[in-house]
Design a protein around this ligand. Sequence first.
Ligand SMILES: *[C@@H]1O[C@H](CO)[C@@H](O)[C@H](O)[C@H]1NC(C)=O
Ligand SMILES: *[C@@H]1O[C@H](CO)[C@@H](O)[C@H](O)[C@H]1NC(C)=O
Ligand SMILES: *[C@@H]1O[C@H](CO)[C@@H](O)[C@H](O)[C@H]1NC(C)=O
Ligand SMILES: *[C@@H]1O[C@H](CO)[C@@H](O)[C@H](O)[C@H]1NC(C)=O
Ligand SMILES: *[C@@H]1O[C@H](CO)[C@@H](O)[C@H](O)[C@H]1NC(C)=O
Ligand SMILES: *[C@@H]1O[C@H](CO)[C@@H](O)[C@H](O)[C@H]1NC(C)=O
Ligand SMILES: *[C@@H]1O[C@H](CO)[C@@H](O)[C@H](O)[C@H]1NC(C)=O
Length: 631
Amino acid sequence: MALTSNLRLFTAALLMYAGLTTSANHCPSCGTTPVPYPLSTGPNCGDQSYKIRCDAGSLKFDTLNNTYSIATITPDIQRFVIQPSSFVPNTCVTSDISTMGIQMNSSLPFNITSSNTIMYLNCTTTLLNSPLNCSSTSLCHSFINSSAQVSACQSAPICCTFRAGGSTTSYMIRVRDAGCRAYSSFVNLNPTLPVNRWPQPGLEIQWVSPSEPVCGTQADCDSNSTCGSDVHENGVNRCFCNSGLRWDPIQGLCAEIVTCQDPNGCNGGSKNRTALIAGLTAGLGTALFAAIIGALLYKRHRRIKEAKERLTREREEILNAGNTGKSAKIFTGKEIKKATNNFSRDRLLGIGGYGEVYKGFLSNGTTVAVKCAKLGNTKSTEQVLNEVRILCQVNHKSLVGLLGCCVELEQPLMVYEYIPNGTLSDHLQGPNRGHLSWNHRLFIAHSTAEGLAYLHFSAMPPIYHRDVKSSNILLDEKMNAKVGDFGLSRLAHTDLSHVSTCAQGTLGYLDPEYYRNYQLTDKSDVYSFGVVLLELLTSQKAIDFNRPSDDVNLAVYVQRMVEEERIMDVVDPILKEGASRLELETMKALGFLAAGCLEERRQNRPSMKEVAEEIGYIISVATAKDVEKVD
Ligand SMILES: *[C@@H]1O[C@H](CO)[C@@H](O)[C@H](O)[C@H]1NC(C)=O
Ligand SMILES: *[C@@H]1O[C@H](CO)[C@@H](O)[C@H](O)[C@H]1NC(C)=O
Ligand SMILES: *[C@@H]1O[C@H](CO)[C@@H](O)[C@H](O)[C@H]1NC(C)=O
Ligand SMILES: *[C@@H]1O[C@H](CO)[C@@H](O)[C@H](O)[C@H]1NC(C)=O
Ligand SMILES: *[C@@H]1O[C@H](CO)[C@@H](O)[C@H](O)[C@H]1NC(C)=O
Ligand SMILES: *[C@@H]1O[C@H](CO)[C@@H](O)[C@H](O)[C@H]1NC(C)=O
Ligand SMILES: *[C@@H]1O[C@H](CO)[C@@H](O)[C@H](O)[C@H]1NC(C)=O
């Protein structure tokens, strides 16, 4: 008896031990549903930042004030789908209206993806002014006309449709009495299909790639990783993968670095080829000598190639050391030449003080913008790599992403994500500037300010842009603003003690204090951003010789108008036309904010963080009382 019970205990302990070492990170299945890493249903499994709940055999996702069932999980794309709230029977109201719909904690690593098409139902008339599609042809009308579940909504005449995942909808789908009272959502909806072939309603949520697991001691890590301190988070230790292995955030373990894609093995190929060359030529006695030379040359070629590959890998490792999620690549000169069709003229996107920008197509189908970096020619490759490393860690939705760099050609090249829709400057100056509604302009101002505030306050070390202007603000196809060219500005810490006599920045945007002390600070970016705000407000150029001579400089011109209490006279007539009283008020408020940014003395200017908050406040005033807006 005693023996068997001891044996049982022993077996149980063994099982527990095995369970801990092989899958310490993974949570057990919930009912029959596997729970992939990093999702966590308990304090001892998964990653604690990724909490969900297992409730009576089914998975639940808790938002700030509500709970939704998880319908499906797709770990390899790091997404799951939740079931949206049901409707209060026989009404066009979703039952989560009491919690204002879906409100997620934006500090957690989950957000709503842009694969969701949202139907907003039973909306107030104020929604008709919103940028959402609330027209009578909008998809939501087909939905309520042909779906029995929402037939109650036919007596609620206003509904709207939009794609989620913009800056205001990545953490909430808001329903409330003063806006829309119900919603439904569809993942990857093909709008050309008839309603009866639409998928079940669902809201897709994405999780951010998890970092390595947190550890207290080495005992918390498996044999493939070592507990060490995280340079990016003070006082946090993580299980970092041992050399030769890399962190796989999808499997949640350390995996071998795969460099060889050849299923027949990597070394076999070269041996066979060398042997083949040798064999063929050896038969022809006279060619024996040539064969040996050939084989030697081939080996040498291979060795050089391998050395180069190793160097690239090592550089990428330096670049990506401690990088969270996003990885920078070292491109070879050959890849860049191929991508830009050998820097062909018809790929030239623009020329500026910084050099030239080319459009390129990488072999994986990504479209990129390739820029010659304006880095001093005294800088070494190491310096360039180090600077790129810092830039690669700069990752914010309002900044153009840096994908990598190339230091192989004479001039260092930076490879950026390609933003298709031109610059803010193009949009403001064109005859179609009316398309940029006041709301659009506020959102552009807000995301630009957020991007710059991120550079000033969240990048380590801080980065001052030094060339903020409307032609450096790119717009994507959804008119979201992304700040570009911050990679070409020099990093803040390199220049503090250094007096440069060569003027930086652009005429019309340049901080007047620069002329006094030849230094640019974060407040110089605030000044330049103030000029951008004026451009948004007036649709005029920063420098325009067609204006009377004392008004050539937009900042000077508007400051004069502010002093004469005529600020509304400079606002673009297209914006004022048909604007509500509230909108006119918000234009005035933005005008005063711009004037604050343009203060002569740096210490009187607000910080970029304050500017971003102020614009956020202006937007909330506009949206709270006037219309419900989602970009
Ligand atoms: C629309 O919402 C209002 C406010 O919640 C509600 O009173 C009304 O019943 C809803 N309409 C329909 C058709 O359910
Ligand atoms: C959500 O819950 C918090 C407290 O738990 C409460 O203060 C807040 O008002 C709630 N929000 C909504 C929209 O219900
Ligand atoms: C949001 O999440 C953060 C991080 O876990 C937490 O500290 C904070 O309390 C949460 N906020 C709310 C309102 O629950
Ligand atoms: C609204 O959606 C319908 C159907 O997709 C489309 O035909 C129409 O052009 C859209 N209207 C606006 C203003 O976007
Ligand atoms: C929905 O039904 C209404 C009333 O029957 C009709 O006027 C409207 O054209 C329909 N809309 C769509 C998009 O099917
Ligand atoms: C949501 O999170 C993903 C993963 O981190 C990120 O790539 C994406 O930009 C985020 N989307 C928004 C709208 O914040
Ligand atoms: C360690 O890594 C090796 C190679 O990838 C793998 O075969 C092994 O299962 C890993 N061990 C653990 C405990 O994860």
